[in-house]
Design a binder for this molecule. Structure first.
Ligand code: HSE
Length: 385
């Protein structure tokens, strides 16, 4: 297998290192703006050199972001090349187009690395789908925010300090607001939900809240409630066939599965009518774990693993978050305007716990309260099961 590698950043340099030790997969060209000592003979800044090279059968897209990743992927597939990628932002916005094009061209688009880093979650989700009706996905899919929340609570370190560490370790996105505002997790939930339910859950329909405004004072309340905060993705089939889909900080009991997920690790559960609930855990971000997942995609192509594993979503999901209800922790300087129990005054206003309310109502309320208090923080409260 001859590879054209797009991007030599954190994951790109990881896959290059891994493949140097193989004799059946070879990187023959690298698209890079910068030059790296010893690699100049492979490097080009012109994508057409990769596109027009008949020796290259597979493109590994690790430049990330929307453009030019989308254009290069479409061109590579149209040129009859397989594409392997970890690009959750691009895929979540162009899933039907990319998967349909790959199918029509008789090539593969493999995106195992786009959700859960090294964890073989998507691959198994694809396999389960034919044999079961999948009814729910829940978990931690962003390593950067998990590191921040975990280290803030266990070590009392400051948000910006831990975020800088996540950037240094190569976990954070180029623009880390994608991590801290929940957008990265939302893109991953979109992809996983499309695979699970065979309907496209549009990114803009997923209620998304990140952790940007969490403060040390909030974490003191979480400790008093015997809970820890995790950024969770959730999607599930509602009884009427619509889908609930949301990303939000969630206070989970100290002894829950999610509370035991530390550092950059991820945990993702899938529930099906026949299989029950299966939980996958492992390293969800970083150079070597993600490069490992990219190589799994390459090896699947090499081994002839069927592209039928790549289901194309059939139309858009009807998303309805009014049917998901729970209590919320809310810290704000504004008047909450809904039934609440006040915990205490604190820096940044007062902390409250709301009565159970729908996810749709809470996200709408937060948008409204933000006009008065842009730095409010809220988190779902999960009681012991
Ligand atoms: N920024 C992402 C994360 C990288 O922290 O999980 C892995 O997708």
């Amino acid at each position: 297998m001859k590879i054209g590698l797009l991007g030599l950043g954190t994951i790109g340099s990881g896959i290059y290192e891994h493949l140097k030790a193989r004799d059946d997969i070879e990187v023959v060209k690298i698209l890079e703006l910068l030059r790296h000592p010893g690699l100049e003979h492979l490097e080009t800044s012109d994508f057409n050199e990769i596109l027009s090279d008949p020796e290259i059968d597979t493109v590994v897209e690790l430049i990330g972001g929307m453009e030019p990743a989308h254009t290069f992927t479409v061109q590579a597939l149209k040129a009859g090349k397989n594409v392997v990628s970890a690009n959750k932002l691009m895929l979540s916005h162009h899933m039907e187009e990319i998967l349909t094009l790959a199918r029509d061209m008789g090539v593969q688009y493999r995106y195992d690395a786009s959700v859960g880093g090294s964890i073989p979650f998507l691959y198994n989700l694809m396999r389960y789908r034919g044999a079961d009706t999948l009814t729910g996905i829940c978990g931690i899919v962003n390593g950067t925010t998990n590191l921040i929340l975990d280290v803030m609570q266990r070590e009392g370190r400051a948000f910006d300090d831990v975020l800088a560490e996540a950037q240094k370790l190569g976990y954070a996105e180029a623009n880390p607001s994608a991590d801290v505002d929940g957008v990265d997790a939302m893109c991953k939930l979109c992809i996983a939900s499309a695979v699970a339910y065979q309907k496209y859950v549009r990114p803009e329909d997923i209620a998304t809240e990140g952790i940007r405004h969490i403060r040390a004072g909030d974490i003191i309340f979480f400790g008093q409630m015997n809970k820890v905060c995790r950024l969770l993705v959730n999607s599930a089939l509602n009884t009427d066939g619509s889908i609930r889909a949301y990303v939000e900080p969630t206070l989970v009991p100290n002894d829950s599965t999610e509370a035991a997920v530390h550092m950059n690790n991820n945990t993702i559960s899938v529930t099906g009518e026949y299989c029950g609930t299966h939980t996958f855990q492992g390293q969800g971000a970083g150079k070597h774990p993600t490069a490992f997942a990219v190589e799994l995609g390459l090896r699947d192509i090499l081994d002839g693993v069927s592209p039928r594993l790549n289901p194309i979503p059939e139309g858009n999901a009807d998303v309805d978050n009014r049917q998901a209800r729970h209590a919320y922790y809310l810290r704000t300087a504004a008047h909450p305007g809904v039934p609440v129990r006040k915990l205490s005054d604190t820096e940044g206003g007062a902390a409250y716990v709301t009565e159970p309310m729908s996810v749709a109502d809470m996200h709408a309320l937060a948008a409204q309260l933000r006009e008065k208090d842009p730095r409010l923080f809220f988190a779902g409260v999960r009681e012991k099961e």
